[in-house]
Design a protein around this ligand. Structure first.
Ligand SMILES: *[C@@H]1O[C@H](CO)[C@@H](O)[C@H](O)[C@H]1NC(C)=O
Ligand SMILES: *[C@@H]1O[C@H](CO)[C@@H](O)[C@H](O)[C@H]1NC(C)=O
Ligand SMILES: *[C@@H]1O[C@H](CO)[C@@H](O)[C@H](O)[C@H]1NC(C)=O
Ligand SMILES: *[C@@H]1O[C@H](CO)[C@@H](O)[C@H](O)[C@H]1NC(C)=O
Ligand SMILES: *[C@@H]1O[C@H](CO)[C@@H](O)[C@H](O)[C@H]1NC(C)=O
Length: 717
């Protein structure tokens, strides 16, 4: 699932115009539905009219009951990637597409996954008594056997017996606070709570560097639900044994003991813990008092007063196994009639830690409903101009970071990453856009992330879809009215399947969802029942997501000129540069950046003018097919300009120099990741080296923007 990023890269998209009166909107929708009954689609019509009819018919075919039934079927069993029950969902999605008579296929990869064998934890108190903790969640007994025990994927196995220290969120600042009180965690088991901007893998990595010998991690949200949060602690992109290439059967694969593979795994074991169990330990700690700066934020119902070390000790055992396992991506393809070699890709992952009702099958159910509705359009004669691909990814969870705003780790979803790696050249030459939905519905409120040239498309489409809560309003009206969320986020995180498409392959991307957080994240309680009780009782939010998602793809597939606006990208880059300038010393020059953005601006203006002219020619019935194709290629390829062959320093898989994760979770930038890294690494360097490194990264970004400008202009120098 996809957490919202911090606000530094977001951009306000709304002008304060008054929403239309509800009656007007109501009539508009009634008219749309009415029209839908009377039009069948005729491809020989003027392209604009056809898209209008397709849109009308698509919107009128929405249904909350189909989505709810798909979700119910997908979530009957827990379906962790690589396990037998997960094959049921592979078959379900495959036969679903087949029944709709869509061209369907499965791509398998072999990747290294990680499963728990045994875990135990006991706390030993100074008065001689001890507790053996139940490490499972309390759920219906017959079911509980089928749910994977709470664990951290890729944790090494290990048994340790040591004193416990509470380390708050486990950030550098937290260890500094402990240091001030003279607490040294070396040789101890650290107990941390989740949050504070650092993710699971980051907590373990920092603990390791401080000399801790094991990590216990709990979430305060689990206090009510009793849930325990599973998740991965791996470092690296995609399959750890096939870094940068696809894990195909019989292909090259690193050994588990190869240095490059070992670097991706933590060195100390870790386990997730329930709030209740964590609190028993916390309440028994002696030693130093809680640092004053932690006091206000600790859950007031928690019994923690002191941080240790000890005197309570824990006997911690985790035994896991890593094994190379087959995963399955399922595809449906709707061939484009005019430009079959241009791809609009909709993607969602299918695998889940447990039942996965919210994460991710709320998105899968929406994807399947879009397939149903596209098949309906096809029956009425619709064929898209460009090819539409629906992708259902596997094993996202094994490569994904938790739902904190942190960008610390370098992790990526596996099924989608392997596929992008295998198809890199074809995607680079032919993919128009990637549209991601992970957790479609977590709760109320619409959220969107996008590369900036797609902002206006997102806005236009949300103006056509009914709001799930406000009668008579559109999603846009409700979204725009909520000032605090009137932003489109940027996709610098690695928390869902858009990361390989954008950050490795440079494909313009969108990510949409309802609701920011949900308390049963990665627990046994992420079930159909929970979702219908808390997140979307009538499935109206699902309908809204499916509507927006499906319409985005229809526009991208059917508009004769791609709906990309690079002037928006220019404005966003200017704002990024402004934010960057506030963090820099005066003798670092931003001129290269400013100049390159100027170039992109002039290319974008040129294109705007050309589009106007082409539209006129088109409406006069002129033969513009080849001209359209040439212009669209420039629009499509401009984003690829932001890629750099060398990638980010030390993390070469990340090729995009505008959007990607900075390696420091405390970085103030969530754009220009190379510059962000130079800024945060620089403290350890001499002043002069530091400035040279920052300046060099600025030049690299400037050259990337120039490449984009030149691709958009479409001329050789
Ligand atoms: C903590 O203790 C270890 C082992 O005794 C020692 O090597 C390390 O330097 C200590 N760390 C700090 C910050 O004092
Ligand atoms: C021993 O100490 C633990 C932790 O403080 C406490 O929960 C437990 O009740 C104590 N047991 C006895 C027998 O006093
Ligand atoms: C710790 O737990 C393991 C596994 O349950 C057990 O074999 C071992 O004896 C325990 N060690 C101590 C010191 O309690
Ligand atoms: C679909 O929406 C209708 C109208 O709001 C509602 O009555 C119905 O219960 C919903 N169906 C499901 C499956 O939630
Ligand atoms: C930047 O300015 C500082 C202080 O004004 C100076 O010490 C440093 O050498 C300058 N660096 C460069 C690269 O000009």
């Amino acid at each position: 699932m996809s957490p919202p990023l911090t606000t530094t890269t977001t951009t306000s998209i709304f002008s304060p115009s008054k929403p239309p009166p509800p009656l007007y909107t109501f009539l508009f929708f009634t008219a749309l539905c009415f029209l839908a009954f009377f039009y069948t689609l005729n491809p020989s019509q003027n392209p604009k009219t056809t898209l209008f009819h397709t849109t009308t018919l698509f919107l009128s075919s929405s249904s909350n009951s189909t989505i709810s039934s798909y979700l119910h079927s997908l979530t009957l069993h827990s379906h962790l990637a690589g396990t037998n029950p997960s094959l049921d969902t592979v078959n379900y999605v495959f036969s679903f597409f087949k029944k709709l008579k869509l061209e369907t296929h499965i791509r398998e990869y072999q990747v290294l996954l990680s499963y728990p064998v045994k875990s135990s934890l006991s706390a030993h108190f100074t008065n001689g008594s001890f507790v053996n903790f139940n490490m499972n969640e309390f759920v219906d007994f017959s079911e509980s056997e089928k749910i994977v025990a709470p664990y951290h994927a890729y944790s090494p196995s290990g048994t340790v017996h040591a004193k416990v220290v509470f380390v708050n969120y486990g950030r550098e600042v937290d260890y500094n606070a402990l240091g001030v009180s003279g607490v040294n965690v070396s040789g101890c088991v650290v107990l941390a709570r989740k949050g504070g901007g650092v993710n699971r893998g980051g907590v373990v990595k920092i603990a390791e560097s401080k000399g801790a010998i094991a990590v216990l991690l709990y979430t305060e949200e689990g206090r009510v639900s009793g849930g325990v949060e599973r998740g991965t602690v791996m470092r690296g992109a995609g399959d750890p044994l096939t870094p940068g290439w696809a894990g195909v059967e019989g292909g090259e694969r690193l050994g588990l003991e190869d240095r490059e593979a070992l670097e991706r795994f933590p060195k100390i074991p870790s386990l997730p813990l329930s709030f209740g169990n964590a609190d028993v330990i916390l309440g028994s700690l002696g030693g130093h008092a809680l640092p004053p700066e932690w006091r206000n934020s600790v859950d007031t119902r928690s019994r923690v007063l002191r941080v240790g070390p000890g005197p309570t000790t824990v006997n911690f055992t985790y035994q896991g196994e890593k094994k190379v396992t087959t995963i399955h991506n399922v595809f449906a393809v709707i061939k484009g009639v005019e430009e079959p070699d241009r791809y609009v890709i909709l993607g969602n992952h299918r695998d889940a830690w447990t039942y996965g009702a919210v994460d991710p099958n709320s998105g899968t159910a929406a994807l399947l409903d879009i397939a149903r509705r596209y098949a309906l359009l096809m029956q009425k004669g619709w064929k898209p101009r460009r090819t539409i691909i629906l992708g259902s990814w596997d094993a996202e969870e094994f490569g994904m970071v938790g739902n904190t705003p942190s960008l610390f780790s370098h992790l990526c979803a596996m099924g989608s990453t392997e596929w992008v790696e295998q198809n890199l050249v074809n995607l680079g030459a032919k993919a128009v856009a990637y549209l991601n939905v992970d957790c479609a519905v977590q709760g109320p409120g619409f959220f969107a992330g996008a590369t900036p040239q797609l902002d206006n498309l997102v806005i236009d489409v949300t103006k056509k879809v009914k709001d799930p809560e406000a009668e008579g309003a559109t999603v846009y009206e409700k979204w725009a009215a909520k000032n605090q969320v009137n932003t489109i986020q940027r996709l610098s995180g690695v928390d869902s399947d858009f990361a390989p498409f954008l950050q490795h392959a440079g494909i313009p991307s969108i990510d949409i969802y309802y609701g920011r957080d949900f308390p049963v994240y990665h627990t046994a309680f992420d079930s159909y029942e929970w979702l219908t009780k808390h997140a979307d009782p009538l499935f109206h939010r699902h309908v809204a997501v499916a509507g927006i998602w499906g319409l985005l793809a229809l526009h991208l597939a059917d508009e004769s000129i791609l709906p990309f606006d690079y002037l928006t990208y220019v404005q966003q880059l200017q704002r990024h540069t402004g934010s960057l300038s506030r963090l820099l010393d005066r003798n670092i020059s931003l001129h290269p950046l400013v100049n390159s953005i100027q170039e992109l601006a002039s290319a974008a203006k040129e294109v705007e003018y050309e589009i106007k002219q082409l539209r006129e020619q088109e409406s006069r019935g002129g033969h513009v097919d080849l001209k359209l194709r040439v212009l669209n290629d420039r629009l499509m390829l401009a984003e690829r300009g932001f890629l750099d062959v060398e990638g980010l320093q030390g993390r070469q898989w990340f090729k995009h120099l505008i959007y990607g994760p900075p390696s420091d979770y405390e970085s103030k930038l969530d754009f220009f990741p190379g510059i962000a890294d130079a800024l945060s690494q620089s403290t350890s360097k001499s002043q002069q080296n530091r400035q040279a490194a920052i300046q060099h990264e600025i030049w690299r970004v400037a050259r990337a923007i120039e490449r984009a400008a030149s691709a958009l202009k479409g001329n050789l120098t």
